[in-house]
Design a protein around this ligand. Structure first.
Ligand SMILES: Cc1cc2nc3c(=O)[nH]c(=O)nc-3n(C[C@H](O)[C@H](O)[C@H](O)COP(=O)(O)O)c2cc1C
Ligand code: SF4
Length: 680
C-alpha cells in the first residue's frame, strides 16, 4: 500500500507529487531584496530532497510602506521578476511546485527601515513585538494597497510561480480581520462582513490580474484564542466565506496570535511544547469547507505527518522547520530510512534569529543556508585515514559523524560515561530534553559507520598517539569560568550554575545567581532553584536579562519565573564574595555608575560566565603535530582541505573545535566540525 504521505494531490490544475510542503518561511537570505543565488540554493536543496511544493518567501512585501523587517523579498519592484524566474526554473527542474507568500505587514514591521515610510494598520496600537506605532489606514491607502497586491501577484506569475498565498494572520489582512486590531468606523471596520471586506477585495483584485490558471490561497487565523478576538465560531464563518467566495484554491490553517513572543510560541511551539497542537483544529475546519486544507505547526516527525494525511485531517502537511534541519526527509521516507532523518528538535534557533535581524540557521545542521558551499550529502573520501576525536559533545560527535560518512576509521574518547557534553546537562530540564535528539541522532549515525567509542577515558597524549592517527580533533569543551570580567583570578566562595542544573549541590534558601554570560545556563539554573524552593536574586551586569537568549526561547523561562521568589537586578556587577559567619557577603557595583556600591548577603552564590576551554591535551599534543595546531582560515571558511605543515616529520594534524577553542554555542561547535571534516 502506498504511504499516504507519498500519494499525489491534485490542487486545481496543479499536480503535487506527494503531501509534504514547506510553508512560507523567511530565511532572510535575500540580497538587495531579491532571492539571489544563496536563496535559490537553499530552496533547491529542499526540492531535491523530494518535497511536493515549496512556499517561498517569508512573506514577500507588496508595498513600499511595508518595510521588509525580516529582509523580505521586495515583490513591489519590477526588478524582482528575473530573480523569481531563476528561482522558479531551478525548482521546477526538480519536479517541485513553487509558490510565494505575499503580504503587507501593516503594523508588524518598523518604520526606520527601507524608505522610512510610516507603518500602517487598521488600528492605532503598535504591535508589541515590532514596536512601531502605525498610522491608521486612510481610504487612499486601502485602494492603493489592494492594487499593489494585484500588481505583485502579476509579477510573481510573470516570474513563473505556480501561485501566491496571502498572509492573513497578524499582518495587515489579519489586522483588518481581527476585532482586536481593527478600529475602523468605515465599511472596513466593525461588523464581521466589514472586517472581511479587505481580504476579499485583495483576493478579487489578484484573481482579476492572474486569471483562473494560477493557484491562489490564503493562510489565515481562524481562532485567535483571545478574549475579544476572532472566536472559533467566527473563524469557521471566515473559512466558509473564503471557501464559498470561489476566489481561493486552498486554505492554510493558523490558530492563535503572533504579536508577542509568548503568544507566538503558542502558534509555533518550540521544544518542550506540545507537538501538532492545532492539527485537529485544522481537521475541524476541513469538514466545514469545500477547498483543500494546508497546515503546519510543529509536525516535526514523519509519524505525525502521516497521521495528519492518513486520517484526512488535512490535504497537505507542512514540515517547515523539519526541512531546515533535514532537507531530504521525503527521500528518506521513500528509501525507508526514516531513522536517518536529522530530527528538528524544536530549538527554534532558526526563527529566533530572524526576529533579531539575522539569517535563519539551524542549530544542528550547519549546511542549512550555506548550500552554496556545504553539501548535506557527504561523499566518501578516496584516501582512508585514521581520525581520533577527543570529546563526545555536539562538536565531537559531528566530527565523528562526518569522518565516518567520509569512510575514515574513527575513534572517539570521552571522559564521561555517556555522550552529550553540555547538551546532557541542558537536557536535565524536562522542557529542554528534546535537545538530546542532537546527540542521539549522531550516535546512531556514527554507529552505522562503525565509529569506535571509548567512554570513561580521560585521554592523554599516549592514548591518542597510540592510535597512530592521521588527524586528531580536540573537542573537549570547557568547564565553567569563575574568572569574571578582567578580574584575572577565579572568584572564591562561589559555585557555578552547572552545580544547580546537575543537581550536585544542596541548595540553600537565599541565593544569588549572577549571570555575566546572558545565555540559557543561568535561566535554566534559576528555574530549577525556584522549583526547589530557594529564593533567588538574579543579577546581571547587562541592561537586559538573558541577553543572549532570543525571544521565543526566553518565553518558557519567563513563564516559569513569574514567581514571587525571584527578583531581577539588572546593570549590577558582582565585584567580590567573602565569607561572613555562615553567610556570604557580596560586594556589588555597576558599570553605569562607578560610585554606586553596596553590600548584601546570601547563603550561596552561583556564577554563569561561559566556559574556560579544556585545552590541556591540545597544547600537550602541539609539539608532536605536523601543523602545530594551526588552521588555514581561508580554507576553513570554505571547508577546503587544510594544508599547513610546520613539522613535516610529525605524523598527525591537530585541530580543536567548539568550546575547546572558546566559549560559544552548539551551532558554532557543529559548524567548526563541518568546516574541518567535510573534505578531510
Ligand atoms: C525562519 C522562519 C521564518 C518564518 N517566516 C514566516 C513567514 O514569513 N510567513 C509565515 O506565514 N510563516 C512563517 N514562518 C512559519 C512557518 O511557515 C511555519 O508555520 C512554522 O514554522 C510552523 O511549522 P513547523 O513546525 O513545520 O516549522 C516562519 C518559520 C520559520 C522557521
Ligand atoms: S534550529 Fe531547531 S527548530 Fe530550527 S530547524 Fe533546527 S532543530 Fe529545528
Amino acid at each position: 500500500m502506498t504511504d499516504s504521505l507519498l500519494q499525489s494531490f491534485q490542487l486545481k490544475h496543479l499536480n503535487l507529487k506527494n503531501r509534504i510542503l514547506t510553508t512560507s518561511h523567511e530565511p532572510a537570505y535575500n540580497e538587495d531584496g531579491f532571492p539571489k543565488d544563496r536563496y535559490i540554493a537553499y530552496h533547491l536543496e529542499r526540492a531535491k530532497g523530494g518535497i511536493a511544493m515549496t512556499m517561498t518567501a517569508g512573506s514577500a512585501v507588496v508595498s513600499k510602506d511595508s518595510p521588509p523587517s525580516f529582509d523580505n523579498i521586495h515583490a513591489y519592484k519590477d526588478e524582482v521578476v528575473p530573480w523569481i524566474k531563476k528561482l522558479t526554473n531551478t525548482i521546477h527542474d526538480q519536479d517541485c511546485a513553487i509558490m510565494i507568500q505575499l503580504t503587507h505587514l501593516g503594523r508588524r514591521t518598523t518604520w526606520n527601515k527601507g524608505d522610512w515610510l510610516p507603518s500602517i494598520s487598521s488600528g492605532k496600537h503598535r504591535e508589541p513585538a515590532h514596536k512601531a506605532f502605525p498610522k491608521i489606514v486612510e481610504d487612499w491607502d486601502i485602494k492603493r494597497i489592494i492594487k499593489e497586491y494585484g500588481e505583485a501577484a502579476e509579477r510573481m506569475k510573470e516570474g513563473g510561480m505556480d501561485g501566491v498565498e496571502l498572509e492573513g494572520q497578524g499582518h495587515l489582512i489579519g489586522q483588518f480581520l481581527s476585532p482586536l486590531t481593527n478600529e475602523l468606523d468605515n465599511e472596513y471596520g466593525g461588523s464581521f462582513k466589514n472586517r472581511l471586506r479587505f481580504a476579499l477585495e485583495v483576493l478579487s483584485e489578484i484573481r482579476k490580474k492572474v486569471g483562473e490558471k494560477f493557484i491562489l490561497g490564503i493562510r489565515c487565523v481562524f481562532d485567535e484564542v483571545q478574549e475579544g478576538g476572532i472566536t472559533k465560531t467566527e473563524g469557521f464563518k471566515i473559512a466558509k466565506k473564503l471557501s464559498d467566495s470561489g476566489l481561493i484554491d486552498y486554505l492554510n490553517i493558523n490558530r492563535g496570535r503572533i504579536h508577542t513572543d509568548p503568544i507566538l510560541t503558542k502558534h509555533i511551539p518550540i521544544l518542550g511544547m506540545k507537538s501538532a497542537p492545532h492539527l485537529e483544529f485544522a481537521g475541524e475546519i476541513k469538514k466545514e469547507v469545500n477547498v483543500p486544507i494546508f497546515h503546519a505547526s510543529k509536525i516535526s516527525d514523519v509519524a505525525t505527518a502521516r497521521y495528519a494525511i492518513s486520517t484526512g485531517l488535512v490535504d497537505m502537511i507542512g514540515m517547515t522547520r523539519g526541512h531546515l534541519a533535514d532537507p531530504h526527509i521525503v527521500t528518506k521516507i521513500k528509501e525507508k530510512r526514516e531513522n536517518d532523518i536529522r530530527p528538528c528538535v524544536g530549538a527554534t534557533y532558526c526563527l529566533d534569529r530572524i526576529y533579531q535581524g539575522e539569517e535563519a540557521l539551524c542549530i544542528h545542521n550547519a549546511a542549512t543556508g550555506r548550500e552554496l558551499i556545504f553539501p548535506n550529502i557527504i561523499t566518501s573520501s578516496k584516501i582512508k585515514k585514521k581520525i581520533v576525536i577527543v570529546g563526545a559533545g555536539p562538536g565531537g560527535l559531528e566530527a565523528a559523524r562526518i569522518a565516518g560518512e567520509r569512510g575514515h576509521n574513527v575513534v572517539v574518547f570521552e571522559a564521561a560515561s555517556d555522550p552529550g557534553g553540555q547538551i546532557r546537562l541542558c537536557a536535565k530540564s524536562e522542557a529542554r530534553k528534546d535537545m538530546m535528539g542532537i546527540i542521539d541522532w549522531r550516535i546512531e549515525q556514527c554507529t552505522k559507520k562503525n565509529v569506535k567509542f571509548n567512554f570513561n577515558v580521560v585521554a592523554e597524549n599516549h592514548d591518542v598517539i597510540n592510535e597512530k592517527p592521521d588527524t586528531i580533533i580536540i573537542a573537549t569543551g570547557g568547564m565553567p569560568n569563575l574568572e569574571l570580567f578582567e578580574t584575572k583570578k577565579d572568584l572564591e566562595n562561589v559555585f557555578t550554575c552547572w552545580d544547580i542544573i546537575s543537581g550536585d549541590i544542596k541548595l540553600s534558601q537565599n541565593i544569588l545567581i549572577y549571570d555575566e554570560a546572558g545565555d540559557h545556563t543561568a535561566m535554566q539554573a534559576a528555574e530549577i532553584a525556584i522549583k526547589r524552593g530557594s529564593t533567588v536574586e538574579f543579577m546581571t551586569p547587562d541592561r537586559l536579562i538573558g541577553s543572549e537568549i532570543m525571544g521565543m526561547n526566553l518565553t518558557p523561562y519567563l513563564k516559569n519565573l513569574q514567581n514571587k521568589k525571584i527578583t531581577y537586578s539588572i546593570a549590577k556587577r558582582l565585584v567580590n564574595v567573602s565569607i561572613q559567619g555562615n553567610k556570604l557577603d557580596t560586594k556589588i557595583g555597576s558599570d553605569y555608575d562607578e560610585l554606586f556600591k553596596y553590600h548584601t548577603s546570601f547563603d550561596q552564590v552561583f556564577l554563569n560566565y561561559g566556559v574556560k576551554p579544556l585545552d590541556k591535551l591540545y597544547f600537550n599534543l602541539i609539539p608532536y603535530s605536523k601543523n602545530e595546531g594551526s588552521v588555514n582560515y581561508d580554507k576553513f571558511i570554505v571547508g577546503e582541505k587544510q594544508d599547513i605543515v610546520k613539522n613535516k616529520n610529525n605524523k598527525f594534524d591537530l585541530y580543536r573545535i567548539g568550546d575547546a577553542v572558546s566559549s560559544r554555542n552548539i551551532h558554532a561547535a557543529i559548524y567548526d566540525a563541518l568546516r574541518l571534516l567535510i573534505n578531510i
